[in-house]
Every structure is written in structure tokens, then in C-alpha cells.
Design a protein. Structure first.
Length: 89
């Protein structure tokens, strides 16, 4: 199952994130959920001090930050490269 944080849904409502970009990432997460193959897309594990492993999925100038737990994908942020990593710091 793919779950989006409230922040992601709010950014779509406010117009910060276009519906096209959201759909692009949503289709990518659907493919990940079906195949369980992280090599399909440009995905890298992020360095973190937490026990949970965070990943980033790159699509053009946009990035999605997510983690996987019990085969569920939790998307915590989708934004342009310049903005998404500011939230991560």
C-alpha cells in the first residue's frame, strides 16, 4: 500500500505540487509496489541517524522521500530538488 503524508496532499491542494508531477510519482510507486524492484528507478538510500531507512526517488527536477515498512510505502515529501533536501536537514 502507498501512503502519502498530509504534507504531500496539502502541497497538491495549495498548488505547490502539480497534479502531473504527483501522478508521475504515484505511477512509479505503483510499479515499485507491484514488482518490489528498487532498481527500476533512480532510487538511492539516504544517510540517516534513525533506525528507519529513508530513500529518495528522482524524476527530473523532482524528488520523493519515502521509507518502506512491512511492504508499505510511506511517502513523506515530494518537491523540487532545492526544496526537498531543506526539509531533510
Amino acid at each position: 500500500m502507498i501512503k502519502y503524508e498530509n504534507e504531500v496532499l496539502r502541497s497538491i491542494k495549495k498548488g505547490k505540487l502539480s497534479g502531473q508531477i504527483f501522478e508521475l510519482f504515484h505511477h512509479a510507486f505503483i510499479a515499485l509496489e507491484k514488482t518490489k524492484d528498487m532498481n527500476l528507478f533512480d532510487i538511492k538510500r539516504l544517510k540517516s541517524t534513525e533506525k528507519r531507512a529513508y530513500y529518495r526517488l528522482r524524476k527530473n527536477k523532482y524528488r520523493a522521500i519515502f521509507y518502506v515498512e512491512n511492504e508499505d510505502y510511506f511517502v513523506i515529501s515530494i518537491a523540487k530538488r532545492e526544496e526537498v533536501y531543506k526539509q531533510w536537514e
